[in-house]
Design a protein around this ligand. Structure first.
Ligand code: GRF
Length: 208
């Protein structure tokens, strides 16, 4: 049976990408593999992780193109060049052009480091999420894997998992707890997608 081609988009350290490499790409029993890693940041350590795993990489960034439309077309051309079946945003901090979202409707998933809808949407990314959670004094936080649509962090939720937030937690200690969850639920969501076990019912996800 044809292996599903996964393209991963990153901006930074790539620890989520590494979890996908270790738990999906290398596992012969899972019918999917990572064909391409795209970054908007040429200094992203995630590109080194991809190269080490023998995965093709590309740096595609908005300021290389005269328009947002051209940028979107370059991304779609690169993704189509890798025969992409699923796009995974793994710590990707740039906006996804509408052209990509339309071309890969319900085939783009993102990992967000909070329990959406809390601390999500425009301006909530990376440690800003944990800063807001600690400032609010929430007692649980966590991570969410969701489909990507035209509204930031708004697509149908696929998996969520929580962590306890202690009074003495810092941004760093909370980020560490949440990253551990991210590295668990993102590969799980990819595995469920590969096994065609994610059903969309009236914009809600039913796992079968
Ligand atoms: C982290 O803040 C993570 O919570 C979010 O993206 C950032 C970088 O993750 N998903 P990674 O180490 O580059 O995967």
């Amino acid at each position: 049976m044809k292996k599903l081609n996964i393209s991963v988009m990153i901006s930074g350290g790539g620890t989520n990408l590494q979890a996908l490499i270790d738990k999906i790409h290398k596992d012969e029993n899972i019918n999917g593999h990572i064909k391409l890693v795209i970054s908007n940041n040429e200094g992203a350590y995630g590109l080194t992780r991809a190269t080490r795993a023998g995965i093709e990489t590309a740096v595609i960034k908005k300021n290389q193109y005269p328009s947002y439309e051209d940028y979107g077309k370059a991304l779609v051309d690169s993704l189509e060049g890798a025969n992409t079946d699923l796009i995974v945003l793994a710590g990707y901090l740039a906006f996804v052009p509408e052209k990509v979202i339309k071309s890969y409707r319900n085939r783009i998933i993102n990992i967000h480091p909070s329990l959406i809808p809390s601390f999500a949407g425009q301006g909530f990314y990376g440690n800003k999420v944990h800063e807001a959670a600690i400032k609010k004094g929430v007692k649980i936080s966590g991570a969410t894997v969701h489909f990507v649509n035209e509204i930031v962090d708004d697509g149908p939720i696929i998996i969520q998992k929580s962590v306890d937030v202690d009074f003495d937690d810092t941004v760093e200690s909370l980020q560490e707890k949440v990253l551990e969850i991210e590295h668990e639920i993102l590969p799980l969501a990819v595995k469920l997608f590969i096994e065609n076990r994610i059903q969309l019912v009236d914009n809600r996800v039913k796992l079968i």
